[in-house]
Structures are given as C-alpha cells and as structure tokens.
Design a protein around this ligand. Structure first.
Ligand SMILES: [Zn+2]
Length: 385
C-alpha cells in the first residue's frame, strides 16, 4: 500500500450532513435536457466507486455533496428549504454542464462526478494545495485569519489548529490531478493518461467543470487538528441570503467546537460514547459543537454577534441535510440544533457569566446539564425562514 493511501486510511469520521440522501440511484436523463448527441436511452447512473478509497472515519464532516444525477424536477422530502433550493439550482447547473460535454462514456461519470470530489478533499486535507487562502480570489483570507486568531485567544488554543481553504480552481490543474492519481490511486499509467484526456475534455468544454461550487463544498474537522472549509459551501449558504462573513465565522466556530472535543477526547465524559458512529452519538457531539458555536459567536469577548444573526445562519445551516434522521451521520433536528446553540447563547449572556470566558471543561459541563432538555425540544423538524 502506498504511503499516502495508508495516511488516508488513518483518517476517521462520523459522516455529517447528507444533502441528497433521498435521491434515486439511477435516473434516466430527461430527453429534453440531453443534447442530440447523447443517446436518448443513455442514463447517468450513480458512478461506480471512484479511484480513491478515502476513509474519513476519524473526522467530522458537515456536508456530503451527493449529487442528484438529473435535472428533472421531482418533489423531494428534503426540499423546500432555502438551502435546498440553492443547492438544487447548482446541482442542476452541474449536471447540465456535465451533459453538455458528455459523449456517453460511463467512465466520465466516475471521474468527473466522483473522483473530482475526492481529489479536492485530498488537496485540502493532505496536500496543502491552494489551502492558504479563502474565497476564490482570497477575498476572505484576512477575515478568516482574524477569526482564527479570535478563536485561538478565546479558547486558549494558540497555534494548535490548521485551517485550510478549498477551491474549484485546484481542479483546473491537470498536472496536479495526474499527481493525485499517481500517488493516491492504484490506476496504472496508461489508465491515468486515459483519465486525463477525459478530465481535459470536461474542463475545456463545460462551463461548470470545475467551476461549480459543489466541487469545493467541503466542511470538516479531522482528528489531526485540521479544519477544511471550501468556498463552495460558503457560496451555497450565502446565496440563501446570508452575510458571507457570518457564514465563514459560523462554520469555523462549529468546526472549532469539534477540535475542542477531539483535544478533550480522553478526558470528557458523556452519557453515551462519543464518536462511535451511531445516530445518538453523532447527534450528541454535533449538538455540543452547536452549543460551543452559540457560546463563542455571541460572547462579548468572542464574535459578539447578536442572537438574531446567529439564528439566521444556523437556520440555513441546519437545513442542509434533514433527511438523515436515522443515519449514523444524523446531526440532530434543526429544532434541536437551534436549541443547543440558544443554550450556548444563554450561557454566554447570562447575567452572572457575562464577560467571563468559561474553561472548555466548564462549557462541556454546562452542555451536559442541558442535553436532555435540548434533545427533548419538540418542534417542526424543518425550519423555513
Ligand atoms: Zn459538525
């Protein structure tokens, strides 16, 4: 096994929100959207497992961009939230863009709609490729760095955590794509040449590949003290009508919450084991990350947001994947997650605690004392603003 493959296998994670867990596996291409060159009977099926065996079981992942491989409008139980509407829009653009450059070769599905996501995860998590700036043109770099310094100071975690950007631009670099296949897959040289021909065709002939925000939509925290936030996940949330700076700082604060959990993994007690890949366990640690987020974002010595701003962001964020109630990656219902963040806000803004920054252990203890009440929150599963 190649060294880098071993490195990947060491990563772990509780899979997070799933955007389109309700989508069908095989959906015929609508003849009205397919170009004449494509056989009307051709279909885009869920790609075969790609060339990269990524194991994120040692990380916490917020968003899993499972594409809906059709542009046909079908009602979905995941739909009807502002986030889902924006995501569906870009999903359809991506699939249309794929079809526009597609000759019907099924291998292209695996490469463009499966491998490209893995390649950009490897770029951001392991290769440090284009990770030192935020926003497609670096327009949020200074802001993110300032937020990182604020989190470091607030939680007493100077120089512990690496925060990496992720960009669609990375996938324009065919030399880099070749390098990733050579070092992270078992494809022989002649197959890599064939793959690169396909990649070059799509990169040249589709205006969505790789420009579409889905290709840089990761948001995750790993046990090896890395946080990845892609431009794309910010774009998707921003276009629901949110201030992009609030989106950046909120995702960052949530992932930072996971890093605090990882740092305290050996010491913190929970009512059930943390990070054991069951719905109850994932919900618990996600709700705690939300609690920590609410605490930091509204604290007078943290991000100093008012509750309304935090609530606006969280309402959109929590609608990302509300189909996964039974899955090991279930993050909690939107109502539970809002209740968790509100409890964090209450802790930060309680009359006795205002201005004082509690220790990580004290915040953890405060969360545990609220956990039953948070989980017992009964309200609509879906929050539409
Ligand atoms: Zn999380």
């Amino acid at each position: 096994m190649k060294r880098n493959q071993q490195k990947i296998l060491r990563l772990a994670l509780a899979i997070g929100l799933t955007l389109t867990s309700c989508s069908d596996d095989t959906i015929p291409v609508d003849e009205t959207t397919a170009p004449a060159a494509v056989n009307a009977k051709a279909s885009i099926t869920t790609p075969a497992k790609g060339h990269f065996d990524l194991d994120f079981s040692n990380s916490v992942r917020e968003f899993k961009p499972n594409l809906k491989l059709t542009t046909a409008v079908e009602p979905s139980e995941c739909g009807d939230t502002p986030f889902n509407e924006v995501a569906d829009y870009y999903n359809d653009l991506l699939i249309d863009g794929f079809i526009s450059a597609w000759d019907g070769n099924p291998d292209a599905i695996t490469i463009i709609l499966e491998d490209y996501f893995a390649i950009n995860q490897i770029a951001a998590a392991y290769e440090g490729k284009n990770t030192d700036y935020f926003g497609a043109d670096g327009e949020y770099t200074n802001y993110v760095k300032q937020q990182v310094r604020s989190l470091e100071k607030f939680w007493g975690m100077a120089n512990l955590i690496t925060v990496n950007g992720q960009h669609t631009e990375t996938l324009e670099d065919l030399d880099f794509i070749q390098y990733i296949y050579e070092n992270y897959s078992s494809a022989p040289p002649e197959e890599i040449d064939y793959i690169l021909e396909i990649a070059e065709n799509f990169n040249t002939n589709s205006d969505q590949i790789p420009e579409n925000p889905f290709f840089a939509s990761d948001g995750f925290a790993t046990f090896d003290r890395t946080i990845v936030i892609g431009d794309g996940i910010v774009t998707l949330l921003e276009e629901t009508g949110l201030d992009p700076k609030v989106v950046w700082s909120s995702i960052l604060a949530h992932e930072w919450g996971h890093q605090i959990q990882f740092l305290n993994f050996d010491d913190w007690q929970y009512p059930i084991p943390a990070f054991n890949d069951t719905p109850e366990s994932t919900r618990m640690t996600e709700l705690e990350a939300d609690f920590i987020t609410g605490y930091f974002l509204t604290h007078k010595r943290g991000a100093t947001y008012n509750w309304k701003r935090v609530e606006d962001f969280l309402s959109a964020f929590f609608n990302i994947g509300d189909c996964g109630f039974e899955s090991p990656g279930h993050h909690g219902t939107p109502a539970q997650r809002l209740a968790a963040a509100k409890a964090g806000f209450d802790l930060a803004n309680g009359t006795k605690k205002k201005g004082q920054i509690l220790s990580q252990q004290e915040v953890h203890n405060a969360f545990l004392s609220e956990l039953d009440a948070i989980v017992g929150t009964s309200a609509s599963r879906r929050i539409t603003k």
